[in-house]
Design a protein around this ligand. Structure first.
Ligand code: PMP
Ligand code: GLN
Length: 402
């Protein structure tokens, strides 16, 4: 391997141009486009409203109380306890604080875990489309991703396609359920098949469960609750999405005490620690009662419905999102075979920004090219305005030209 690590990272994320220039991520590009054009930004997944007052108040209190210096390397004791308690309360897992590590968002948890275990030539199984960080970090480690395709229009994983992605080089499988960008929640038979294949190949299972509390039908089932999973598991969560605090970057991982110590040996040289006063605040969030979590999910479900109805009303095919912050829409209904073109033109056509699905997949996934992702984690009046504006697309749907 002769490439510089930065080059491998950018290339794996699809950001390296043919003449060596580096593009911004799709999230950064589309947020900049929204800012430049004044379009409503339904691209990058961040709420435009504040989360629960108990969480915000706890952070302000922590700052006033002097929680402003480095926290302990493994995390603020209150957050370690709250995460362990959370795993027990929601999933009946007997998690202890020795099994928890606080990280700078789910992103650092992913990076530290992947860098701790991946070696050049290793394979990482992911469900495609996938969150961009997985390929980028695998690339940095010199490993490569092996995708299991999720196909439109349902994007549900096919249990029969899982085993063939695993080989003798598989070191890790990343399970992101609820899934970004599709909003799909993986069934238990999918989770069981992943565990079976991981056992067979002696691979580590890494989960990305940042949307665990934003499930709109039923409840989240963590892979940790499947027999045989916990010995080979690193479960990753984050407070950003649940509590509408994406800028705080407080996440965590849960694994065996041995693995937590191993991953800590990498994590402590990435950031060491972060967000001291935000850690007890996220702990306060995790300790909210069940009703408060239900209210959060109900609020997001309403927003999902609002945007889904709006997109469908202009003639777009929009699968039901079962969870998360996003809905997908098939741009071919508007005459766009390539959603990247549609995304770049949408501010001018309708005053709205979304992101194309292409950057979440390999270039060979032609079936994903017409699809876009729209975020509904926005105030109701903003979503209503966006839906009104999207009405301008109705003509396109009726008379496709592009
Ligand atoms: N994983 C997924 C699936 C995401 O959508 C995101 C974006 N929030 C992250 C990880 C990163 O989370 P964090 O901001 O906590 O680093
Ligand atoms: N998780 C956010 C999304 O999917 C993006 C975060 C980022 O910009 N890296 O929109």
């Amino acid at each position: 391997m002769t490439d510089a690590p930065w080059r491998r990272t950018a290339a794996a994320a699809g950001l390296l141009g043919s003449t060596g220039e580096i593009a911004p991520t799709i999230f950064a590009e589309m947020t900049a486009l929204a800012t430049r054009t004044g379009a409503i930004n339904l691209g990058q997944g961040f709420p435009d409203f504040d989360g629960p007052a108990v969480v915000l108040d706890a952070a302000q209190r922590a700052i006033r109380d002097g929680v402003n210096q480095y926290s302990p390397g493994r995390g603020h004791p209150e957050l370690l306890e709250a995460v362990a308690e959370h795993q027990r309360r929601w999933y009946g897992l007997g998690t202890t604080t020795a099994e928890v590590l606080v990280t700078a968002g789910a992103t650092e948890a992913l990076a530290a875990t992947m860098l701790a275990y991946l070696e050049p030539g290793d394979e990482v199984v992911v469900f495609e489309p996938y969150y961009d960080a997985y390929a980028a970090i695998a690339g940095l480690a010199g490993a490569r991703i092996v995708p299991i395709p999720l196909s439109p229009p349902t994007f549900e994983p096919d249990v029969d396609r899982i085993e063939r992605a695993f080989t003798s080089r598989t070191r890790m499988v990343i399970v992101n359920s609820p899934h970004n960008p599709t909003g799909v929640v993986f069934d238990e038979d999918v989770l069981r098949e992943v565990v079976r294949c991981a056992e067979r190949r002696d691979a580590l299972i890494v989960t990305d469960e940042v949307y665990e509390h934003l499930v709109y039908d039923g409840r989240h089932v963590p892979i940790a609750s499947i027999d045989g999973a916990r010995d080979r598991l690193v479960s990753i969560g984050s407070g950003g999405k649940t509590f509408s605090t994406t800028g705080w970057k407080v996440g965590w991982l849960v694994s065996t005490p041995e693995r937590v110590t191993q991953i800590l040996s990498v994590k402590q040289y990435l950031t060491f620690v972060n967000g001291a006063p935000f850690q007890p605040a996220i702990a306060a969030g995790l300790r909210m009662d069940d009703e408060a979590f239900d209210t959060l999910a109900a609020t997001f479900a309403r927003k999902r419905d609002l945007l889904t109805r709006g997109l469908r009303s202009v003639g777009l095919t929009v699968p039901d999102a079962q969870a998360g912050y996003f809905v997908l829409a098939d741009g071919s209904g508007l005459g766009f075979a390539n959603a990247t073109d549609l995304a770049r033109r949408l501010p001018e056509l309708a005053g709205v920004v979304g992101v194309p699905l292409a950057p979440f997949a390999r270039a060979s996934r032609h079936d994903l090219k017409p699809w876009m992702r729209f975020a509904f984690c926005k105030r109701d009046e903003v979503l209503r305005d966006a839906v009104d504006r999207l009405g301008a697309l109705r003509g396109l749907a009726e008379a496709p030209t592009a």
